[in-house]
Design a binder for this molecule. Sequence first.
Ligand code: ADP
Ligand code: ZN
Length: 729
Amino acid sequence: MREVFPEGARVGVLTAQPLGHVLDYLAPEGGCGLGDYVEVPLGPRRVMGVVWGPGEGSFDAAKLRRVGRVLDAVPMREEMRAFLTRAADYTLTPLSLMLRLATRTPGLGEAPGALRVYRRGEGQPERMTVPRERVLEVLEAFGGLSFTLSELATEAGVSTGVVKGLVPSGAVLEEDQPRDRPYPRLDPARPGKALAGDQAEAAQALCAGLASGAYGTTLLKGVTGSGKTEVYLEAVAECLRQGRQALVLLPEIALTAEFLTRVEARFGARPAEWHSGVTSVERRRLWRMAGEGGAQLVVGARSALFLPFQDLGLIVVDEEHDSSYKQEEGVLYNARDMAVLRASLCSAQVVLASATPSLESWANADAGKYARLDLSSRFGTATLPEMQAIDMRAEETAPGRWISPALEAAVRARLGASRQSLLFLNRRGYAPLTVCRACGHMIGCEHCDARMVEHRFQRRLVCHQCGESRPIPEACPSCGVEGKLVPVGPGVERLAEEAVALFPEARVAVLSSDLFGSARALKAQIEAIAGGEADIIIGTQLVAKGHNFPLLTLVGVIDADLGLQGSDLRAAERTFQLMRQVAGRAGRGSERGLALLQTYQPEHPVIRAILTGDEEGFWRAEAEERRAAGVPPYGRMAGIILSAPEARPAFDLGTWLARNDGALRRVGAQVFGPAPAPVARIRGRHRVRLLVKAPKGVPLQAAISDWIAPVKLPPNLRLAVDIDPQSFM
Ligand code: ADP
Ligand code: ZN
């Protein structure tokens, strides 16, 4: 039974305001219960909060204020409160910020009621105009979803009058919709694909885990195209049969469209969708329906983990190694790890799916903490691509060119056979560097310690750290000489230029996140390419993620050595994963694919491991190195970033922290630094970094809390703690 507080009793309310603690209030008329969403007065304002427990009691009873009202929403479950508390402790984030993640829904305080919405109708407007066309395009692109008036107008970039003007003809329907309707039922009884061999065994093992009703995590490892998705859809089916809810996390919005279609084919209806591209009407509906059980399956981005599920039985983290699961701004958390935490608190199963797991998950499976299932071959006749190195030292590649003669010949052969080629280069823009040939000056960002990257399509120089951009100058900003600025090095745009020059008859398409105004435009482009509307695809790591291009039989990696530079402890792991993923794009149809890696160091152990495909050997060697160095996953790390408009105070505080490290030393942790962060300035703020290393199993978070507790931050200085850092910027 939920604890209830009668009118006038003292209750503790957690708000999403950055106060750092739970506040005492008096229960309102009619009382309130544990977990209730409430509105409370705070200073002159009214804010949303959650009844977190009995009042703490020390605050003067005469000054206590009363809870305003209890909101009309399913109370937060105990399991969710435990999850937020544990996640806050783990990431060293104030609980209030965690609550904010868990209440990212518009109109939480508003009654369900009806909402005026607009959706596509059968009719056609008598007169078509460009703005009208845009409205209809938006409605069609979102596949039948409803919008509010202002949402639709904003999305289409038109005035609300344009939308209204489409109503009389029936092209757009104006309706009053009950705000929060359940999602269409998914039918788990519909038959899935007939699973073959190890697929069937894997599906059975996952279903057995679900049937146990207990927590468990399974690493589902299988090469791209081996049927991981088919297998975990069986687990979803089992979860739905049990009447529990399932969540599938995908690393990239652009991947959702294909997945939604597959779910619809399998279960007869589309699941609920949660990510930044979803309208606020839908976000509210989904938040409510997750809590009331009206959403059986949610597909979404990492923040979907914080939805108030009624009875979550399964979380799938697809492409679990993907670094985008780590949130790098605001609350720094890794969705993969938080998925495991959440599941352990609600007796759910986790499936971590990947062709190239993170070393963390590999090690957890190796240590027996996770179960592991392997799908060893591609489904059907598809086979893994052949992998070869192109030794760039032996190739006669002209200066300012990046496609070697060997790669050129391979592309030409594909063009002749009406097959697609992918040229992979993990660098956005035209050129990573612009140099003045008169004085040697390299153009940098004024606010960051970073070079400006030329983006020729946009005719601008862009800083990839802060997004600042400016027109490409005629004269050197340093010496003033005109006409001497030259681009140095390749980005995808420059590579596209080279491809067009080499293969004038070919249709060249560039896939890079910055070239698309919206996730929708990108999705459309990906679909067009999959349908054969390009001969040569030039792409950044965006293309490495799960897209299926049936006509693609050649992958050329322009610079396989790129990721091996730098001091990131995951450089080898990332390169290995990325190269294997990219290569996996080739030959998913019935023909065998070929992956060619341009490299200057074909004997490098990582390049060798990529080529031979000896994955277990690679993981084992990598694990040994990390174990010897005492770094993750065999040791623990935390990053501390101090930032301020001036470098000096950040350094002074860093030095003070490094000297007063007793709390860390007591648990056997060591602190390194302070040192300028690898990117020493971002958006005008100087950044100083400390790195904490600790043996596995020590209470690192508690020690860090004690260590930084005495710090009184001056107004302009920020301190961010990053537990298990992924990026070493
Ligand atoms: P992964 O998720 O491992 O990349 P998918 O589940 O997407 O692999 O499978 C690759 C392709 O093979 C998909 O088009 C899928 O529908 C098909 N496929 C996989 N297993 C089967 C099966 N047992 N029967 C029919 N088609 C299958
Ligand atoms: Zn910048």
